[in-house]
Structure formats: C-alpha cells, structure tokens
Design a binder for this molecule. Structure first.
Ligand SMILES: *Cc1c(COP(=O)(O)O)cnc(C)c1O
Length: 365
C-alpha cells in the first residue's frame, strides 16, 4: 500500500501551476502589470486595519456589502442591471468554478468544454468525480456551433465551461453561440461563460451578462485577478439567476470569504476607475503586439484578452527557453507549437520583442 493513501486517480500527478521564476520581465500568467497607486494602497490598508479590529468575529457569511458592490460594478456591462441576489463570490474564480462543479457536477454527470481551453477545468471535474468531455475548436479557434450543439445533445452535460475570451487563444464567443448552447443544455445543466478577461474584449464584443434575462441556466464568471489588477487578493465572482447562487451556498465552506478579503475587495472596487485605468493602454499594447508578431511572420490568434497566442514553432520549448535566458518569461501552453505572451508595460513588450528577434535569429543561423 502506497503512503499517503491518495485517491487512485491522483497518484503521481503534479500540482497545476506555471513556473514562478524571479526574472525581470514576467509575461506568463496574464496579470495586469500595473500595481496600485500609493493612494489606493493607503485606502486598502485602512480598510484592512478596520477589519483587523474585529478579527475575533467570523466575517459576514453572505458578504452582503461586497455582493452589492460587485452587482453595481457588473451592472455597467448590461442594460438589464445585475442585482445582489444574482451575485456569488469566492477566493478566485477558480474556487467559484470548483463550487459550480461541486454543486452541479458529481458522479454520473459530465462537464464539457472545447479544446484548447483553460487547463484547470479538467482538474475541477476530476476533483469532484465528474466525467470530463472535451470537444474541439476549429483551426482558427472558433467554435463550430452545429458540432458543439450536437455534442451537448449527445452527452447531456450538467456543466458546460466556455471561456470567452478563451484562454489560451484569446478568442471571444459570439452571443448567438452562447444563446444557442444555453438552449441546447436546457434545464439539465448550467452553461458557464468564463469572462476572466471580459474587460479586455474589443469594442463591439458584448458581454454574456446581457443574455442573463433570457437564460436561467447561464452563469457568467468574472475575476478581479486580471483587468482589475488584484490577483494577489484572490477574489472571483459570478452573475447568474438567484436560484443558481442559492444552490452554490449549499456547497461553500462556512465563512469562505475572510473579513480581510472582503475588506480588500470592497476598497479596490471603490477605486475601480483607477485600477481599470490601464485596461485601454493594455488593449492598445495587445493590438500592437499582435500586429508586430504578424509583421515578423508569426501566426497569431485574434485576441480579445490581455495576451497573444503565437506560433508555430517546430521546437517551442527552445524558443521559450531562449526568451527565459534573456530575462523574459512567457508561457508554454496551448496546442503544440504555440506560445502565449501576456501583455505587459510598453517597456516589458519592448524587452520581449528584442529577445524574440534575437532568439529567432539564433535559430535561423
Ligand atoms: C486567470 C483565469 C481565471 C482566474 O482565476 P482566479 O482564480 O480568479 O485568479 C479564470 N479563468 C480563466 C480562463 C483564467 O485564465
């Protein structure tokens, strides 16, 4: 008998995670490169000090104030508005999604996504003993709607996970696709549009939040980790029908959102305009990076997110390694031959471009 007595299917597995390396240019986990200003830092510190004065007490289990603040924030992205009863939050949208699988997945049920997709999804399925079904995206990373609908009808998933903009490709889903798949899933399942990168979408790309009144099985997940520049605080959230939010309450741990987390998130939301202030710069930098990569002869997936997937390289690991040797950390992820670079500051992107030119020249010699 092996020790420790790990579940059979977990034996020998490595924990998920990109390398955390201390290099000058970190463009590997899609963080916002701009930290908070001293004024925002001071406000967060004051909020934490206030919370610290009553840390002998459990926090508000229903995070009422935070729910209202998140609902107000989301309401800017839909003409229908979002009420606090439609909001749920947890420690990162990774926890939100695990809770969705705990509530709606489980033995005898399956979760479905379309590859290439976020690599954590199969892990939530595995951890909740939910079967994992993976369809495919087209060569341009779009979704063949007829094939997707057919797969839903064949497998009857209780959870469908659709990142939009997709990670690692950056591809946004058209609202017609979301609606058609919500209808195909029906009352037997929930369809999660993971909008972790929603704030970076290009002008004219609507948020799936607009579709909530039409589909009671639709869940739109968001995070403060990316555009909101708050990855360190661990706050993810979703908008869905109140019935879905209520169902998740059954599986959440008691007091899962600490008083400190709630205070930090609330303080950050008060400064939303500043924290999101660089999103337009990052979108412009993204478009410039995509254009530059194409000029250099690379293939680049259209991106509505704060990263670009580019390729294809016969030996992508060598390119990744060459960049790392020059102090630039990107991500070896996605289909074979592709690499993903997060959008950083203008200086960081210059360093990335210089390093890539050198690596390609070296490879050509
Ligand atoms: C980064 C990311 C998240 C966010 O994770 P957090 O737990 O909120 O930090 C969720 N979904 C996708 C597809 C992501 O890339």
């Amino acid at each position: 008998m092996d020790f420790p007595p790990l579940r059979e299917e977990l034996r020998g597995l490595q924990p998920y995670g990109a390398p955390q390396l201390d290099v000058p240019v970190q463009l590997n986990v899609n963080e916002n490169p701009y930290g908070p200003s001293p004024a925002v830092v001071a406000d967060i510190a004051t909020a934490v000090a206030e919370a610290a004065g009553v840390l002998n007490r459990y926090p508000d289990r229903e995070f009422t104030e935070l729910r209202s603040a998140l609902a107000a924030y989301l309401s800017r992205d839909t003409p229908h508005g979002i009420s606090p009863a439609q909001v749920w939050a947890a420690n990162g949208s990774n926890e939100v999604m695990l809770q969705l699988l705990q509530a709606f997945g489980g033995p005898g049920r399956c979760a479905l996504s379309f590859a290439p997709t976020y690599s954590m999804y199969p892990e939530y399925a595995r951890d909740t003993m939910t079967d994992w079904v993976q369809g495919r995206r087209e060569d341009d990373f779009s979704l063949d709607l007829d094939a997707a609908r057919a797969l839903v009808e064949e497998r009857r998933p209780s959870v469908v996970l659709l990142p939009s903009p997709n990670n690692p490709t950056g591809t946004a889903l058209p609202p017609e696709a979301v609606s058609a798949l919500c209808e195909a899933v029906g009352d037997e399942g929930v369809l999660v549009v993971d909008e972790a990168y929603g704030e970076f979408r290009r002008t004219g790309t609507p948020s799936a939040l607009e579709l909530l009144p039409q589909h009671r099985n639709l869940v739109v997940s968001r995070t403060m980790s990316k555009a909101f520049a708050l990855a360190g605080a661990r706050l993810g959230y979703l908008a869905a029908s109140p019935e879905i939010c209520d169902a998740i309450r059954v599986v959440r741990l008691p007091y899962h959102l600490s008083a400190v987390t709630q205070a930090v998130a609330l303080a950050a939301l008060r400064h939303a305009p500043e924290l999101l202030g660089r999103v337009d710069d990052l979108r412009a930098e993204r478009d410039a990076t995509v254009a530059w990569l194409r000029e250099r002869g690379h293939t680049v997936a259209d991106s509505d997110a704060n990263f670009a997937l580019f390729g294809t390289f016969p030996d992508r690991h060598a390119v990744w390694q060459g960049l790392l040797a020059r102090g630039v950390l990107i991500r070896e992820v996605g289909p074979e031959g592709w690499l993903r670079v997060s959008i950083g500051t203008a200086e960081e992107m210059t360093a990335f471009k210089q390093a890539l030119v050198e690596v390609m020249e070296e490879a050509g010699r």
